[in-house]
Every structure is written in C-alpha cells, then in structure tokens.
Design a protein around this ligand. Structure first.
Ligand SMILES: Cc1cc2nc3c(=O)[nH]c(=O)nc-3n(C[C@H](O)[C@H](O)[C@H](O)COP(=O)(O)OP(=O)(O)OC[C@H]3O[C@@H](n4cnc5c(N)ncnc54)[C@H](O)[C@@H]3O)c2cc1C
Ligand code: FES
Length: 277
C-alpha cells in the first residue's frame, strides 16, 4: 500500500452519469489484485475532499509520449456521479492532482473452477474486469451476467468480450438484452453449470438474491461489498458488517476495508439467517 500524490491522465464521461478516470500510478500493474480498491482524495486548493473508495477497474502501462521518457503505469477507475465527491471528480481534467491510497483490501480468490460465473450489477461490474482478465488468462471459460436498470448501466461490454468473456445482459426496462433481473439469468446458468464458482458485485439487494440462489444450488460464492468507508485502512470501524456468527450478545464483526471488500459468502450473515448483509 502506498499514498501517492499523483495526476490524472484522463477523465471522461462514458455513459450518462458514468466516468472513466486514469491516474498515473507507478507500481500498480505489479501490485494491484482483482477486487482491491483505492481511496481517492481530490486535492482542490484549501478544501481537499475526504477520501472516497473506488474499485480498481484496470491497470496498465502507457508508452512514453516522447523518446527518453519512462513508460507511464496507470490505474483506471470507473465511477458513477452520486453525490458531492463524485460531482467534483467529474470536473477534473488531465494534469489535475489527486491523492491515491492503495491498493487496499482483500480481492477475489480465483478458484480452480473451469466454468466460473461472474455477476455484476451496474457499477458493480467495475471490479469484475480485472478478475475476468485473470480468469481468461488462466484459460477458464468465463461467463459474465451483466445487470442494470437501463442500457446506460451496462458498462464495458465490448472490453469484456474482447477478453473472450461470454456476456449475458439483462436490464429492468428491457432497453438492452433481456428484460428482467440478472438473478433470473443466474438461476438458468446454475441449472446448466451446477456447482460453478460464482463471483458477484453490485447493490445489496442483488447480492442478497444472488446469495439465496447460490445457497439453494449449494454453489460457492464470493461477494464484493460496498460498505460506507471513511478511512479505508481499518482505523475508524465505520465499514464493519456482521459476520456469520454475529449475535447481539456476542458481536462478531468483519471489517470491510481490511478483511474485504471481497468475502467468501459463507463468512457473512445474510438476511434469511436474521442478519443485515
Ligand atoms: C470497496 C468499494 C468500492 C467502490 N467502487 C466503486 C466504483 O468502482 N465506482 C463507483 O462509482 N463507486 C464505487 N464505490 C462507491 C463510491 O465510493 C461512492 O459512490 C462514493 O464514495 C460516493 O461519494 P460522493 O461524495 O459522490 O457521494 P456522497 O455524497 O458521499 O453520497 C451520495 C449517495 O451515495 C451513497 N454512497 C456513498 N458511499 C457509498 C458506498 N460506499 N456504497 C454505497 N453507497 C454509497 C450515499 O449513501 C448517498 O446516498 C465503491 C465503494 C466501496 C466501499
Ligand atoms: S473504513 Fe475505516 S475501518 Fe474500514
């Protein structure tokens, strides 16, 4: 983990309300793992914004712009404008300064399964790209179920397909792919590939539904959680979630920023067992 004072390489809108930002980040291509995240602080004059957590979408190296310059390693984020911080981020341009703390947390663990299924809802597709890259590199047949409210929420489909990923799109309004919930597609895929390793990231109701389906099919599941985070390094305990054994009189909390954001679903408490995952 390092705290870098660095600069933006590009920041552009890719769909209404969604932006893609590349940041100069030496060392990230070697160290960042699928499912890890960064805490980004926008440095604006006297009032720097609090840090905000963002999943790592991609890492890579840009060729030098002119001979004699070193190649530039970068990390790329994809974010949705939802409040004051992300509104401010959307105004930033190439060359603007930011502070980048990371890579942070525990990412996905690629298991031996030959037919993994990835499930991403909206902005939850972001951390699945690096995972898909890793799994495709290992020769796995990767199926990605992409869900969103409308077509604008389906991000990066061409890039996933370029990796060799088989994509299945569903939207609530039917504006892209099949009309309905991504979980309906998951049901069908698990009927066809029983026991497949499932990796999921998305809104909490989607994760609850994915967990219920995987539990019914006795299939292993890893989930990436999006808890509210203030520090990102285990200091504030603002991001804790109840663990499997958590009880009122015997608290058992897991720290999302240190022990997650990716967890084996078996370690968490889920609504049907009385918890609030
Ligand atoms: C590990 C992790 C990875 C994330 N990756 C991404 C990503 O790749 N792309 C992306 O767009 N967002 C991601 N998020 C969510 C992102 O951090 C928030 O959207 C961002 O902090 C909002 O800042 P804001 O100042 O614009 O909004 P605020 O004004 O702080 O909040 C606006 C609204 O967004 C909600 N919100 C704020 N933070 C979160 C959060 N962590 N989870 C769910 N809802 C939240 C608030 O409750 C409020 O309703 C991630 C969060 C975590 C914990
Ligand atoms: S965000 Fe502070 S402990 Fe996790």
């Amino acid at each position: 983990m390092q705290n870098l004072k660095t600069v933006i390489l590009h920041n552009r809108e890719i769909a209404p309300g969604y932006y893609r930002m590349a940041i100069l980040a030496p060392g990230y291509p070697q160290t960042a793992k699928a499912g890890q995240f960064v805490m980004l602080r926008v440095q604006l004059q006297a009032q720097p914004l609090l840090r905000r957590p963002f999943g790592i979408f991609k890492t890579g190296t840009l060729p030098p712009e002119c001979s004699g310059m070193p190649p530039r390693e970068f990390v790329e984020l994809v974010y949705k404008v939802v409040g004051s911080g992300t509104e401010l981020m959307a105004t930033l341009q190439r060359g603007d300064q930011v502070e980048l703390l990371g890579p942070l947390g525990e990412g996905f663990v690629a298991t031996e399964d030959e037919n993994p299924i990835l499930v991403g809802g909206g902005i939850g597709l972001v951390p699945l790209f690096k995972l898909a890259e890793d799994l495709c590199r290992q020769g796995r047949k990767v199926r990605l179920l992409m869900g969103g409210r409308t077509r604008d929420d389906i991000l990066g489909i061409t890039e996933f397909e370029r990796l060799g990923v088989e994509t299945y799109v569903s939207t609530d309004d039917g504006s892209l792919g099949e009309e309905g919930l991504v979980t309906a597609v998951l049901e069908r895929k698990l009927a066809k590939y029983p026991g497949a390793q499932v990796y999921a990231c998305g809104p909490t109701p989607m994760l609850n539904a994915v967990h219920a389906i995987c539990a019914t099919h006795s299939t292993p599941l890893q989930v990436s959680l999006e808890a509210l985070m203030a520090c990102g390094v285990g200091a504030c305990l603002g991001c804790v979630v109840p663990g499997k054994e958590h009880r009122e009189d015997e608290p058992d909390y897991l720290c999302t920023c240190r022990q997650g954001p990716v967890f084996d679903a078996e370690l968490l408490q889920w609504p049907e067992s009385g918890g609030a995952a």
